[in-house]
Design a protein around this ligand. Structure first.
Ligand SMILES: Cc1cc2nc3c(=O)[nH]c(=O)nc-3n(C[C@H](O)[C@H](O)[C@H](O)COP(=O)(O)OP(=O)(O)OC[C@H]3O[C@@H](n4cnc5c(N)ncnc54)[C@H](O)[C@@H]3O)c2cc1C
Length: 397
């Protein structure tokens, strides 16, 4: 791999830095930057939407897309730089799914009509998406999902239930997979639909997280009618449309940048906080833990760059992104726990308490980080993929 960035990429990084450093100053009180900050409070959501409009104005939500659909035709590496700088500054503004999962699927499989209808709206940040994939009995084995879609005139009629639907209570649109052919092998009978959330037949119920925050939901479809023109790709090919979406930039560089920032804050805290008559930064056990995380985060950063570089040569690589997901999410869990342990009992106080250290960031991270080891494919699924697709070991079903 060539580790140097081009002068144009460095210039773009500087432009992103200037913008996000400024936007970070506008964060609402107590903002910690995670998914809870985004979906749980109205202030967080208003902040997210206000940044989204600015990102859209600059064309930064569509960096790698073709120009004709509002994109800038940048490479995976420019997308990586954007994600890295944005995450380091803990600034929201990019819908978690529209530009990064829905748009790539549309670009790969959508008709010209679908591209022209949906892509500019995603680039302009007009749409807030949620992802209707997982079901109560279909998570790791997603292709076994049972939500049914039955053809009826110009529409399909959808019945079933999705679960763990992040941000569905904030979203105005959902992209979902439903079974259109129950007799076909499980991967070959699925279809990919787009729908407004305010269509009759959609009910959203909160699924409170273990800390009682409202981030996730159950979504029920009860004779929901979706017009055929809202299908992406051919009927019964939805699985492959879905896979095209998840092959977008998958380096996890955002997670690394967040971990780097969290570690920097923890280091500063340890330099300034005294315990038993000396600053924490002089405690050999604390120093050792911090130094170990610094090494791991740097290794994660190099790996993430490597994944993006490999993807710029071949977007379909599979073992390396799984290794990134596994390494960064598990590292985040350990970092969060280390932060809380170093802070002692104060570390367990939530955002909002006047006694919380670093605005309760590490307590929040402790809770959130467990979720990210499961969402978008669990740690065990990542290990299976590394073994099967990365190391070419025999597949075990
Ligand atoms: C915080 C969070 C946010 C989420 N957001 C969304 C969302 O917005 N939209 C959406 O559609 N889904 C979402 N999900 C769902 C997520 O994709 C699933 O939870 C995940 O795929 C795991 O599926 P499951 O929960 O059904 O667990 P299961 O698949 O039942 O797995 C249970 C356990 O068994 C392990 N396991 C399963 N199969 C194997 C195997 N073959 N080998 C070894 N171990 C195995 C798993 O790793 C896990 O530990 C979210 C989940 C979480 C936790």
């Amino acid at each position: 791999m060539d580790f140097t960035f081009t002068p144009q990429q460095e210039a773009l990084r500087a432009e992103f830095k200037e913008f996000f450093a400024e936007e970070e100053k506008r964060a609402p009180e107590g903002w910690t930057g995670g998914i809870e900050a985004l979906f749980a409070s109205d202030e967080g959501w208003v902040y997210h939407r206000s940044v989204a409009e600015k990102l859209a104005e600059r064309g930064w939500l569509a960096l790698p897309w073709p120009k004709e659909y509002g994109g800038k035709e940048h490479s995976y590496m420019e997308q990586l730089i954007f994600s890295e700088v944005k995450s380091y500054h803990r600034v929201p503004g990019a819908d978690l799914w529209g530009p990064y999962i829905v748009a790539p699927s549309i670009l790969e499989y959508g008709t010209e009509e679908i591209k022209r209808e949906w892509l500019p709206r995603i680039a302009r940040a007009e749409i807030n998406w949620c992802q209707g994939w997982s079901e109560p009995n279909a998570g790791s084995d997603l292709a076994s999902l049972t939500t049914r879609a039955v053809e009826d005139g110009d529409d399909y009629v959808i019945n079933g239930q999705k679960t763990w639907t992040s941000g569905a209570h904030r979203a105005d649109h959902i992209f979902l997979m439903a079974r259109t052919d129950p007799n076909a092998p499980k991967h070959r009978g699925l279809t990919y639909f787009l729908s407004e959330m305010d269509r009759p037949g959609i009910t959203v119920r909160p699924l409170l997280y273990m800390n009682r925050a409202h981030l996730y939901n159950e979504v029920y479809f009860d004779n929901l009618r979706i017009p055929k023109r809202n299908i992406v790709g051919p009927v019964n090919v939805g699985w492959y449309v879905t896979m095209a979406g998840i092959n977008f930039e998958r380096s996890m560089v955002g997670g690394v940048a967040e971990a780097k920032r969290d570690l920097e804050d923890l280091v500063e805290f340890c330099k300034q906080t005294r315990r038993d008559g000396q600053v924490l930064a002089k405690d050999p056990l604390v120093r050792q833990r911090l130094a170990e995380f610094a090494i791991e985060i740097e290794a994660g950063r190099q790996w993430a760059y490597n994944v993006s570089w490999l993807q710029s040569k071949n977007p379909m690589i599979s073992g390396e992104p799984s290794a990134s997901k596994y390494f960064i999410t598990e590292l985040t869990v350990r970092l969060a726990n280390a932060g809380v342990e170093i802070m002692g009992l104060y570390g367990t106080l939530r955002t909002g308490s006047k006694w919380a250290n670093l605005q309760g960031k590490f307590e929040a991270l402790c809770q959130e980080s467990l979720g990210i080891t499961i969402a978008a494919g669990s740690t065990e699924t990542m290990i299976n993929l590394i073994a099967w697709m990365g190391l070419k070991l025999p597949r075990i079903r």
